[in-house]
Design a binder for this molecule. Structure first.
Ligand SMILES: CC(C)(COP(=O)(O)OP(=O)(O)OC[C@H]1O[C@@H](n2cnc3c(N)ncnc32)[C@H](O)[C@@H]1OP(=O)(O)O)[C@@H](O)C(=O)NCCC(=O)NCCS
Length: 179
């Protein structure tokens, strides 16, 4: 699975991406709102091998693509867990790539690849970058639940955004091709 945008290429992961995932997820600011601590190189190895192994499963439920500039510079990852016509989405980009619209551009190319599924983005309410991205993509806030999980010693809530209607996706993002 792959996609190309004016500035970006989305492609499948390979084992050569282990240093890039380590560079991304060893940064405290990137995993600040995740339950896990910054990843070690060994954990990055496991993450990439799991992504590759999950790709072979049928039906493919875990979809994860690397995002890079056309010159091959790694920027981040976009992913989805797809189950029974619903997809939960996530994304993480290198901090020096924030604030340039790369994540928005990547997600607009990624979502149609998932086909006709209902879409959800769940995030920590403190994660402004995440929920602003959801809104930029046309997602609508569905719920806010307080104190659902502990993240790095602090009890935090869960903010859920949903894509209101498939027609909205078609209008904004183009037609899906399916997995
Ligand atoms: C979530 C995350 C990907 C958002 O990154 P981001 O840089 O804010 O998102 P984008 O790449 O779409 O950039 C949007 C910003 O760039 C600006 N921008 C500049 N050029 C732009 C363009 N051509 N198109 C769109 N936005 C553009 C926008 O105004 C916006 O800035 P603002 O929020 O100050 O208004 C990033 O914060 C991240 O990787 N965080 C760590 C991982 C994480 O927490 N993931 C979420 C788990 S749920």
């Amino acid at each position: 699975m792959h996609a190309r945008t004016p500035r970006l290429a989305l492609r499948e992961f390979t084992t050569s991406d282990i240093p890039s995932i380590y560079a991304l997820e060893s940064l405290p600011e990137v995993v600040r709102y995740q339950t896990w601590p910054p990843r070690t190189l060994a954990e990055a190895w496991t993450v990439v091998h799991e992504i590759i192994a999950n790709r072979e499963r049928s039906p493919r439920q875990h979809v994860e693509l690397a995002v890079e500039l056309h010159d091959g510079t790694f920027l981040g990852r976009v992913g989805a867990w797809v189950d029974e016509g619903k997809a939960s989405l996530w994304f993480a980009f290198m901090p020096d790539a924030w604030g340039r619209g790369y994540a928005t551009e990547a997600m607009r190319a990624f979502i149609p690849l998932l086909g006709r599924v209902k879409l959800e983005i769940e995030c920590d309410p403190r994660n402004t970058g995440s929920w602003k991205l959801a809104e930029r993509l046309g997602f609508v806030k569905e719920s806010l639940t307080e104190n659902v999980k502990e993240v790095k010693g602090e009890w935090v809530g869960s903010l859920v955004y949903k894509m209101a209607a498939w027609s909205k996706i078609e209008n904004d993002l183009g037609h899906g091709t399916g997995i």
